[in-house]
Design a protein around this ligand. Structure first.
Ligand code: AHR
Length: 499
């Protein structure tokens, strides 16, 4: 047994948690759209062809900003193919995933889904093969009032009212050599600036996300971001970063310290934003949109993924285990710890493709990573507080010294939610929650995901191996709480304070 103290002070606020940090990502890739959210032939299909079993599960994750339609897919996508009468829409070859795209699901179907699910649409425009004018036309199609060409097309397609989409990404991963239309930073920045200016001339209320570095391993890391921001700092509200992590070395102890790398990546990009704002003597600093993040390494074959020119091929169908769930919790903890800079974050992705939900025929399962997201999403409202962990550390070969317990905290009135990952493979930890200037009065609720085998994973035969359970191993002493964390566990719970 180890002892650790979580020090919290209600006045040491970081920032309110932006609910868009609990966003998702739906790409035309593999079976994410077709056989994922949309399958008109399924016995689960609703009147719009969406799978109700999948949507019901997704509802539990309370996603906010939903990024669409890609991803690498968007860099070769013509949005016009996906609107208008379905039987007139073309089937095209998607070069990003070497698949066939039937275009039966497009802008309007996505917007219907957003309305059904209460998601905030976050569209990505094509800056690979696409032009600034095509992006501006799409914006007019979506947001224009009837009376002009593209807005009238939308009305003709059955949508009299504008969709009113506020959040737009200026391309996807344009720094990646694999990206269709990849160009050097300066060229992207000029293209993105022209697009941003056209879009804001049409609709000044839109918020824009520039492509930042999508991997810390690329040679252009951060230099790309500096160049892009030098051009775009006045034109965009956010710059993106992406991260996919994995246990390639099969070293669980090391893998479970990956939270350090997530913190580092956020802080490094935020420093570039500060640097450019200072150089420009700007009052406003560009904020961060962590618009792709997840564990992804098993169902990965380098830069080239081949869908063999099929409709809805099985691609990127990662199967997640307990250790992955503990890493997913660390991503979310890191976003909360950086609530002042990270304003948007999108789990990549939501169904079938590197996702918390898998379908197979009429069946559906919840993967291990479903649970930490659900546990945190339901407690996300409030102000992120600084946390200080005092206790034994873990030494990781890759990530240096990491706290034995990875933590974040959110205060909502008198309710304090704490999120704790016990990184140890074999030791229980008692975490003393010490709230300076206040007392912990009682437990409101608590849940845990844990198990003895880090490789345990849910499957279609048994989906009960990694799940969340109600947890009340909490005792109270002199205005403080002690939460007992088993090895390999993630706890999320809410405590009532008297302040
Ligand atoms: O999410 C899968 C892919 O990962 C996305 O299409 C791309 O943006 C990233 O490389």
């Amino acid at each position: 047994m180890q002892n650790t103290t979580l020090h919290i002070h209600p006045s040491f606020a970081i920032s309110p948690v932006d609910e868009r940090v609990f966003g998702g990502f739906l790409e035309h890739l593999g079976r994410a759209v077709y056989q994922g959210v949309y399958e008109p032939d399924s016995p689960h299909a609703d009147e719009q062809g969406c799978r109700t079993d999948v949507l019901e599960a997704l509802r539990r994750l309370k996603f906010t900003a939903m990024r669409y339609p890609g991803g690498n897919f968007v860099s070769g996508y013509d949005w016009v193919d996906g609107v208008g009468p379905r039987d007139e829409r073309p089937t095209k070859v998607d070069l990003a995933w070497q698949s066939l795209e039937p275009n039966q699901f497009g802008t309007n179907e996505f917007m219907d889904l957003c309305r059904k699910m209460d998601w905030t649409p976050m569209m990505a425009v094509n800056l690979g093969t696409g032009t600034p004018a095509e992006a501006r036309n799409w914006l007019e199609y979506c947001n224009g009032k009837a009376g002009s060409y593209w807005a009238d097309k939308r009305v003709e397609h059955g949508y009299a009212d504008p969709h009113d989409i506020r959040l737009w990404c200026l391309g996807n991963e344009m720094d990646g050599p694999w990206q269709i239309g990849h160009v050097p930073a300066q060229e992207y920045a000029i293209r993105a600036q022209q697009t941003a200016r056209l879009m804001k001339m049409f609709d000044p209320s839109v918020e824009l996300v520039a492509c930042g570095s999508c991997a810390t391993t690329l040679p252009s890391y951060l230099e790309w971001d500096r160049t892009v921001l030098e051009y775009l700092h006045k034109d965009v509200e956010y710059i993106s970063l992406h991260s996919y992590v994995g246990n390639e070395k099969d070293d669980t102890e090391d893998y479970l310290c990956v939270g350090n790398a997530i913190d580092k990546q956020i802080e490094e990009l935020d420093s570039v934003c500060s640097y450019v704002a200072a150089r420009k003597r700007a009052k406003r600093k560009v904020k961060l949109s962590f618009d792709e993040w997840n564990v992804w390494y098993r169902a990965r074959t380098g830069d080239h993924v081949d869908g063999h020119n099929k409709l809805a091929p099985h691609l990127l169908e990662e199967v997640y285990n307990l250790e992955d769930a503990l890493v997913v919790a660390q991503f979310l903890n890191s976003f909360i710890r950086h609530a002042d800079s990270v304003k948007i974050a999108n789990l990549a992705q939501i169904v079938n493709v590197i996702a918390p939900i898998l379908t197979l025929g009429d069946k559906m399962i919840l993967q291990s990573i479903f649970y930490p997201i659900e546990m945190m999403a339901k407690r996300r409202e409030g102000i992120a507080l600084q946390t200080r962990i005092e206790g034994p550390k873990v030494h990781s070969k890759t990530h240096g010294d990491a706290a034995g317990v990875d933590a974040s905290a959110i205060l909502n009135g008198k309710n304090l939610s704490v999120f704790l990952v016990n990184r140890s493979l074999d030791k229980e930890v008692d975490v003393l929650v010490d709230v300076a200037g206040g007392k912990v009065v009682k437990r409101i609720d608590g849940e845990i995901v844990t198990g003895s085998d880090p490789k345990a994973a849910n499957g279609f035969e048994d989906q009960s191996l990694v799940v969340s359970n109600c947890y009340d191993e909490i005792c109270f002493t002199e205005g403080r709480a002690v939460i007992n964390l088993p090895p390999l566990s993630f706890f999320a719970g809410t405590l009532e304070l008297s302040l």
